[in-house]
Ligand binder design. Structure first.
Ligand code: UDP
Ligand code: MG
Length: 337
C-alpha cells in the first residue's frame, strides 16, 4: 500500500485549519487504498495554530506536526516538510483550501497510471485576486521566463504530488535561499499540469503583502538567472559603441571644418568611452561572480531519471553523482589540479 505524505505550511491559520482538515479527511477516506501522513508545519504562528496541531495529533496519529521557533517563511516550511516526509509520494498544499484537496485522487492516478513523476496544479483564472496583484504576477512570469533557463509556468501553484524520486532530487538542492517553483522546474522530471479555476481563501487572510511578493519575485529571479549580473557588461558594450559613433562623428566634423561640433562630439565620445569601459570591466567581474555564485550553490551537475542495466542499485547511487574531473584532465576552465 502506498504511503502519501502531505505537507501543509501554516502561518496563523487557526481559522482555516479545521475546514482544511475536514475536507482532507473526506479525500483520505475516499482514497482507501492508500495510507497517509499529514505533516503540518507551523511557521512560527502567533495564534492558536500550534495548539490545534497538538490536539489533532493526539486525536489522529496520521497527522504530525513540526513547529518553527519563529517565522522562517513558506519556503522553509516546505523544505522542512520534504525532509521529514517518508511517503512514496509527497504532496505540498496550502492550508487555506486554495489548493483543493479534491484534486489529490486525480494527481495520484496520474502518477500511478501514466508516465509522470509529478502532477501539479495550475490556476487558469485569477478571479477574486486584486487586479494589481494579477498584473504584477503576470509581469513577473513574463520577465522571469525571458531571462532564466528554467520555465516558470504562469498560474502554477506550489500544490503538487511528486514521486519519491523527484523529492530526493529537490532535497539534493541544499541552497539556503529557496524558491520552490524554480526548484521543481529545475530538477526536471515529467510533470502533468492539471488546470483548475481559482478558489478563494476559505478563512483568514493572505500572508503575502505586495512588498513580500516583490521580494519573493526578486528571490526567484536571483536564484535562477544570472542575467541581472551580466546587465552591466551589456550596457558597457552599448556605451562603448556609442562612444565610437561620437568619435567618428567628431573626426568627420573636424574634417568638415566645424571645430565647435568636432570638440563637442569628441568630448562626448571620450566621456562615454571612459564610462563604457568601466561598465564593461564591472560586467566582466560580474561574469566571474555569476559563475562563482552558481558553483557555491553546489547544485548537482545532472539528475538521472532512470537508467537501464548496470549494477543493482546503480541508478540510486548515480542519481546525484557530480562529475569531478580527474587530476590533470582538461576541462572547459583549463587543466584541473
Ligand atoms: N505561509 C507560511 N509562512 C509564511 C506565509 C505563508 O507557511 O510566512 C503558508 C500559509 O499559512 C498558507 C500558504 O503558506 O498555508 C500560502 O499562504 P497564503 O494563502 O497567505 O498565500 P496566497 O495564497 O495568498 O499566495
Ligand atoms: Mg492562499
Amino acid at each position: 500500500m502506498d504511503l502519501i505524505s502531505i505537507i501543509v505550511p501554516c502561518y496563523n491559520e487557526e481559522e482555516a485549519l479545521p475546514l482544511f482538515y475536514r475536507e482532507l479527511q473526506q479525500v483520505m477516506t475516499q482514497m482507501e487504498l492508500t495510507t497517509f501522513e499529514v505533516i503540518f508545519v507551523d511557521d512560527g504562528s502567533s495564534d492558536g495554530t500550534l495548539a490545534w496541531m497538538r490536539e489533532l495529533h493526539r486525536r489522529d496519529k496520521r497527522c504530525r506536526y513540526l513547529s518553527f521557533s519563529r517565522n522562517f517563511g513558506k519556503e522553509a516550511a516546505i523544505y522542512a516538510g520534504l525532509l521529514h516526509a517518508e511517503g512514496d509520494y509527497v504532496a505540498t498544499m496550502d492550508a487555506d483550501l486554495q489548493d483543493p484537496p479534491a484534486l489529490l485522487p486525480q494527481m495520484y492516478r496520474v502518477l500511478r497510471e501514466e508516465d509522470y513523476e509529478c502532477a501539479a496544479a495550475r490556476r487558469v483564472t485569477r478571479e477574486g485576486e486584486p487586479g494589481l496583484r494579477s498584473f504584477l504576477s503576470k509581469q513577473f512570469y513574463h520577465c522571469a521566463n525571458r531571462i532564466s533557463q528554467v520555465e516558470f509556468k504562469d498560474g502554477a501553484r506550489d500544490f503538487r504530488l511528486m514521486s519519491r524520486k523527484m523529492v530526493q532530487a529537490v532535497l539534493e538542492l541544499g541552497e539556503y535561499n529557496r524558491f520552490s517553483k524554480g526548484m521543481f522546474s529545475w530538477v526536471g522530471f515529467r510533470t502533468k499540469w492539471l488546470d483548475y479555476e481559482n478558489v478563494e481563501r476559505a478563512a483568514g487572510e493572505t500572508k503575502w503583502s505586495l512588498r513580500k511578493l516583490f521580494l519573493y519575485a526578486l528571490e526567484g529571479i536571483a536564484g535562477f538567472s544570472t542575467a541581472p549580473l551580466m546587465a552591466a557588461a551589456v550596457c558597457g558594450c552599448i556605451v562603448c559603441m556609442l562612444a565610437l559613433l561620437f568619435g567618428v562623428a567628431g573626426i568627420g566634423a573636424l574634417f568638415a571644418g566645424t571645430s565647435l561640433w568636432a570638440g563637442a562630439f569628441l568630448l562626448a565620445g571620450l566621456v562615454l568611452l571612459v564610462s563604457g569601459v568601466q561598465l564593461l570591466c564591472g560586467g566582466i567581474s560580474s561574469w566571474y561572480l555569476a559563475r562563482t555564485y552558481l558553483e557555491v550553490k553546489h547544485r548537482p551537475v545532472f539528475i538521472l531519471q532512470e537508467s537501464g542495466g548496470g549494477q543493482e542499485h546503480a541508478e540510486k547511487k548515480c542519481i546525484f553523482e557530480t562529475i569531478v574531473p580527474k587530476k590533470g584532465e582538461e576541462t572547459q576552465y583549463g587543466t584541473s589540479a
